[in-house]
Design a protein around this ligand. Structure first.
Ligand SMILES: [Zn+2]
Ligand SMILES: [Zn+2]
Length: 81
């Protein structure tokens, strides 16, 4: 009985390790939530306002995030790396 208990403990431990590893792998697979709106619009929203940039206002009218500002931000992020 002692041996069996020892084995089951090992099995439990390895099973837990497996789930931990699997959870880690799953976490890696989840794509990070990319900001759909440019920082200028996000900042404005945080203050309870709307971005006053003309390009952003135009995009907002069409129910979109401003592509111009997003592209600019993506460029900046690329340069930082
Ligand atoms: Zn904006
Ligand atoms: Zn814009």
């Amino acid at each position: 009985m002692k041996i069996l208990r020892g084995l089951s403990a090992v099995a439990m431990a390895s099973a837990m390790m497996c789930t931990l590893l699997l959870a880690e792998e799953a976490g890696k697979g989840v794509p990070q939530a990319a900001p759909q709106k440019p920082a200028c619009c996000q900042k404005a929203e945080q203050k309870g306002k709307k971005c006053e940039k003309r390009c952003c206002v135009t995009a907002a009218r069409e129910g979109k995030a401003c592509g111009k500002c997003l592209a600019k931000e993506n460029e900046k992020q690329g340069k930082k790396k």
